[in-house]
Design a protein around this ligand. Structure first.
Ligand SMILES: [Ca+2]
Length: 123
């Protein structure tokens, strides 16, 4: 069940030295931020892998549980791209997929450089 009584949260931890890269907390009870996540590759070509995070419980305008998917910078969690559900109960972001080659140049990325590990806390 999505979002029982709390907003979602994700924390991204460096697999290099274990430091917390960034954390993101939802702002709506039941938003299910972090219900799904995946590596995104280096979407913005800054040399650091980015992450895809699904938030299927997020309301969009007056659309209950329309959902949202964000591609977040692996440096600081800033939103690089955002996709939103377009109808009530669409629950966009219930599942996401990506991979180290998911970027704009079509060239597979080096999996050993600047790797990060996701720890996801779903509501
Ligand atoms: Ca990047």
């Amino acid at each position: 069940m999505l979002g029982v009584g709390t907003a979602g949260k994700i924390t991204v931890i460096s697999s290099g030295d274990g430091h917390r890269v960034f954390a993101l907390r939802g702002d709506t009870i039941g938003d299910a931020v972090g219900a799904s996540s995946a590596p995104a590759g280096d979407v913005n070509s800054d040399g650091v892998p980015d992450v895809i995070v699904g938030s299927p419980g997020v309301p969009i305008r007056n659309l209950v549980h329309a959902g949202r998917v964000g591609i977040l910078s692996g440096v600081n969690g800033h939103i690089l791209r955002r996709f939103t559900g377009q109808e009530p109960e669409a629950r966009l972001g219930a599942a996401v997929a990506g991979g180290p080659g998911f970027d704009r140049d079509g060239v597979p990325l080096d999996k050993t450089s600047n790797a990060i590990t996701l720890r996801v806390h779903a509501p």
